[in-house]
Design a protein around this ligand. Structure first.
Ligand code: FAD
Length: 528
């Protein structure tokens, strides 16, 4: 197997909005930067799937909004479990970050020369901007309107791109992070990337679940990499499940706005069930809707494909044509569509301070992989804001630290450690063997997460998930990879198992229901 030693001032793991923002900022400060991603930089991760809503308080047409209000709304949305310092950074630097995006040719929807700002649930004022993806060839990945211009700029600035690479571990020397190891996903090649600073920007964990809105590469690796290296994590039990995702492809994340115009949820028996779960009925919050639909499906009242119906029969046809034209197109003349709750966003993550320092020197984190900004639940449009605001912060701060301590080549001890890692990879020399043991374990893990660590959680189910993950961890450690493909699968499932374990453990430990975390066995639920 080919073994490569790479060197940079800063390694950024992740090629979405957070990673690109961090990389560009660090490069601008004069650092040699490598960005590594499982897929193509700017074309992998959840950013490309985003609906392009970004929250920021702009002084726009006499809007009565303020930074203080954005902070207040975000704290309330997170059930006050948010890190207030991080929320202040999010809201305070959002306008500057939007400006930065504009300077980098990210197009925003405008009217008469002004950026359009809209309202959104949980935001007490109009502060949601939309990146204009209308010029894109495909509307399936609107977020390319964000990542496209940033990727072009990164190439222009000479940022090195390590694409189709699975980062398998961080290099830890005496408690300090000094780089990472990885495997090429396309050809038989192992890397050690020696760097003075490592910025984790590897997104959330949606694809640990069988039904998700996330891209396949977003599997919680960042939580596992950080935890294995010794960094602290927090709030992993808080996962947002979107209640209305179509089960047929193309998978569509349906807006919940039609519920305010007469749409309803029904089960397989045509029963409107939301009033049994909330006095607000079909206008309940997205969490409550997800919990209700999940309960209906689990009780055997879902469709044969484990879904419920979103029924548009009560929405005025004129509204369907004007306000919900995309849904109308999707329905192709039908009045209802099968939907189910899908894993959407991880609120928790790696503990950071307001400079994106983790608890380990040399390791920084930003974007969805970091925890603390959203508390127990996230307001719509705050995730892209988080990715760009904290991406820029991480890049700037990591660069300043690295340049202060830059001393050129890695020292001898470090080289020895890199060599050890290489040997670890070299042990698995190609010898063809037909087995997909690791892939089967990945599927088992996703099923387990979907069953026991999903929208509605019980102590017994969470305990079962932990026990079974431990057994799977033992199984993979006893199964020797026989070829390069299996070696890759081994490292991928190892990260996923650890990440699944950490989420299950956090969900078991929090016995109360709070925000997006619903413990059906909590004695406090009557007040929930
Ligand atoms: C369908 C959908 C719609 C959304 N709409 C909105 C919206 O309108 N507004 C909003 O605010 N938020 C929205 N979100 C959430 C938002 O898109 C994400 O939270 C945000 O884009 C995350 O950005 P990121 O840079 O942190 O991670 P991502 O964009 O997910 O990037 C993660 C990167 O890390 C890489 N990676 C992961 N693991 C490894 C590894 N082991 N080795 C190497 N690379 C790795 C991936 O390949 C990828 O390049 C939406 C999410 C979805 C799924």
């Amino acid at each position: 197997m080919e073994l490569l030693d790479l060197h940079a001032d800063i390694l950024v793991i992740g090629g979405g909005l957070a990673g690109l923002s961090a990389a560009l900022q660090a490069r601008q400060a004069g650092c040699k930067v490598i960005v590594a991603a499982k897929g193509k930089i700017g074309r992998s991760g959840n950013t490309i799937m985003a609906r392009n809503s970004i929250a920021a308080v702009l002084d726009n047409k006499g809007n009565k909004d303020s930074i203080a209000r954005h902070i207040k709304d975000t704290m309330a949305g997170g059930d006050y479990l948010n890190d207030e310092k991080l929320v202040a950074v999010l809201a305070g630097e959002a306008p500057e970050a939007v400006n930065w995006l504009m300077q980098h040719r990210v197009p925003f929807l405008c009217e008469e020369g002004h950026v359009i700002v809209k309202g959104s649930p949980g935001h007490s004022a109009k502060r949601v901007l939309t990146v204009d993806g209308s010029a894109l060839k495909s509307q399936k990945t609107p977020g390319l309107a964000i990542t496209g211009p940033l990727t072009q700029e990164a190439k222009k600035q000479g940022i090195e791109m390590l694409e189709n690479v699975l980062i398998t571990s961080l290099l830890n020397k005496g408690g300090e992070i000094i780089g990472a190891c990885g495997l090429d996903r396309r050809r038989e090649r192992a890397f050690t990337i020696n760097s003075r600073g490592v910025i984790l920007a590897c997104g959330g964990a949606g694809s640990l679940y069988p039904f998700t809105t996330n891209t396949a590469d977003v599997t919680g690796d960042g939580y596992a990499l950080a935890s294995e290296a010794g960094a602290k994590l927090k709030d992993l039990e808080f996962i947002q499940f979107h209640p209305c995702v179509t089960i047929d492809s193309p998978r569509l994340v349906l807006s919940t706005a039609p519920f305010y115009d007469g749409a309803i949820l029904t089960n397989n028996f045509g029963e409107q069930y939301m009033y049994q779960y909330s006095v607000q009925g079909n206008m309940a919050t997205r969490d409550v809707m997800a919990q209700a639909s999940f309960s209906e499906i689990n009780a055997g009242r879902g469709t044969g494909r484990k879904a419920v119906f979103m029924d548009f029969g009560g929405v005025e046809p004129g509204f369907m044509a004007s306000k919900y034209a995309d849904i109308k197109d999707y329905l192709q003349g039908k009045l209802k569509v099968e939907v189910a709750p899908a894993a959407h966003f991880e609120m928790g993550g790696v503990v950071i301070d307001d400079h994106c320092n983790t608890t380990l020197p040399g390791l920084y984190a930003c974007g969805e992989v970091a925890g603390g900004v959203h508390g127990a639940n996230r307001l719509a449009a705050n995730a892209l804001t988080e990715a760009v605001v904290f991406g820029l912060r991480a890049g700037k701060h990591a660069a300043a630290e690295v340049l202060r301590h830059r001393s050129g080549k890695c020292d001898e001890n470090q080289s020895v450690q890199l060599q050890c890692k290489k040997q670890q990879f070299s042990e698995f020399l190609p010898a063809h063997h037909e087995s997909n043991a690791f892939r089967l374990i990945t599927q088992e893990l996703c099923r387990l997460m979907g069953r026991h660590v999903s929208v509605v959680r019980y102590k017994a189910g969470l305990q079962k998930a932990l026990n079974e993950i431990e057994i799977m961890q033992e199984r993979i450690n006893q199964t020797e990879p026989h070829d390069y493909r299996q070696l890759l699968d081994y490292h991928q499932v190892k990260l996923m198992l650890l990440s699944g374990y950490l989420i299950s453990q956090a969900a078991l430990q929090r016995e109360e229901s709070k925000g997006a975390h619903y413990r059906a066995d909590s004695i406090m639920n009557s007040e929930y």
